[in-house]
Design a protein around this ligand. Structure first.
Ligand SMILES: *Cc1c(COP(=O)(O)O)cnc(C)c1O
Length: 385
């Protein structure tokens, strides 16, 4: 028998276990705003279904009535570049472009495909990427796959960003500033208007914004933080996912027409993969058509978020959140695991977030609220914090 190096992996797993950083795939059944695991039925406070659309059976019934064997297609059988470009793809892209008042939009299989595909496609060795220190792993992977040089600036430290721009703008063909709008782990919100004004100082600087946690939730029409801050038209790559508040699957970018055409020619995670099944695009279109009318849900979520934020501050917790994502900072991974278990015993499905998802020493409980919760749920949660 050949010697196996399996034990090397097993040792590493044992180390992860010892430091309480071992991950498992949790089993769970979804029951509206609740979740059922081996520990029982709990209020789901770890969901990305921010508007409660995924939990809404009425909405699904309405959608099902629109389906026929002709448009209920479970596969596209091909890349969009070959035979997979079904009409519904362009319907969704035109709808997005109309909603955002933009020239064009392009849809991807997931937010992960979007972030790992766009940056390598639009940059080269004469590109500098300036990325916020806390951007999502998918953006880090996109940066790693690109030929660009990258410098990470301290989280939301735009004074440092300004210095980097001044220092480097003449050395590179282009600079791309990369940020999230609502940060996925701290729940704080980028000052996009300030980033736009920094960008406009130089003619070779572009802005890339990932609205994964902003779209659907923020802005009067639900278009995200860029809408809220009035800078949709100033963002070169306005990206988001359909997988969270919009209760579907896929990613998108809203951009100028030449950029879309360039991506179609150069973006490997668009070109070399089978496109999403058309039925998923039908559902995305169904949701997007209703996006503007979901204002009541957005208001409700904002109300719950500020109630919980006030309560956390009142208890002396350091909570940087300005959104529906509310971390309870714990620091130590063991303590975060223990505190999350305690919350679950009380009937609240809360998960610890540990390294490498967050920096070493900043383990936390991550609460994400949804519009499917009730005022009684929030009151009960606050009493049990
Ligand atoms: C979830 C997430 C993604 C990935 O989107 P998927 O559609 O789930 O692949 C990208 N960026 C951020 C900031 C995210 O939180």
């Amino acid at each position: 028998m050949k010697p196996s190096n399996l034990h090397l992996y097993e040792e590493e797993l044992a180390n992860l276990q010892a430091s309480d950083n071992l991950r498992r795939l949790p089993q769970a059944l979804h029951r509206g705003r609740e979740i059922e695991t081996a520990d029982g039925v709990m209020l789901n406070l770890s969901s990305n279904d921010y508007l409660g659309l995924a939990a809404d059976a009425g909405l699904r019934s309405e959608f099902l009535r629109l389906l026929t064997p002709e448009n209920l297609l479970f596969t596209s059988s091909s890349s969009r570049l070959l035979t997979g470009n079904f009409t519904v793809y362009e319907e969704v892209e035109n709808l997005l472009a109309d909603l955002f008042g933009a020239e064009s939009a392009l849809v991807f299989n997931s937010g992960y495909h979007m972030n790992t595909g766009i940056l390598p496609a639009v940059s080269n060795a004469r590109t500098l990427i300036l990325a916020d220190k806390l951007v999502h792993a998918s953006l880090i992977d996109g940066i790693r796959l690109s030929a660009a040089r990258c410098v990470r600036f301290r989280h939301q430290d735009y004074a440092q960003l300004e210095i980097l721009l001044r220092k480097h703008h003449a050395e590179y063909e282009r600079i791309i500033i990369v940020t999230e709008s609502v940060f996925s782990m701290d729940g704080d919100v980028a000052d996009l208007a300030r980033l736009v004004s920094l960008k406009h100082r130089y003619d070779n600087v572009m802005l890339y914004v990932d609205e994964a946690h902003g779209v659907g939730v923020r802005g009067r029409r639900g278009l995200g933080v860029a809408e809220e801050q009035g800078c949709v038209a100033d963002i070169d790559f306005l990206c988001g996912t359909f997988g969270k508040a919009l209760a579907s699957v896929g990613g998108y970018v809203v951009c100028r027409r030449p950029l879309r055409e360039y991506l179609v020619n150069r973006m490997r995670t668009l070109i070399f993969t089978t496109a999403l099944p058309p039925v998923n695009l039908e559902w995305t279109k169904f949701i997007l058509e209703r996006l503007e009318s979901l204002e009541e849900r957005r208001e409700r979520l904002a109300r719950f978020s500020s109630q919980l934020r006030r309560a956390l501050h009142g208890r002396g917790y350091d909570c940087p959140s300005q959104s529906h994502i509310l971390p309870i900072m714990v620091g130590d991974s063991h303590e975060a695991v223990r505190r999350a278990e305690e919350m679950r015993r009380k009937g609240f499905y809360v998960l610890p977030v540990r390294p490498p998802t967050v920096p070493e020493g900043t383990s936390r409980l991550r609460l994400s609220l949804t519009a499917a919760l009730t005022q009684e749920d929030i009151d009960r949660l606050i009493i049990n914090l």
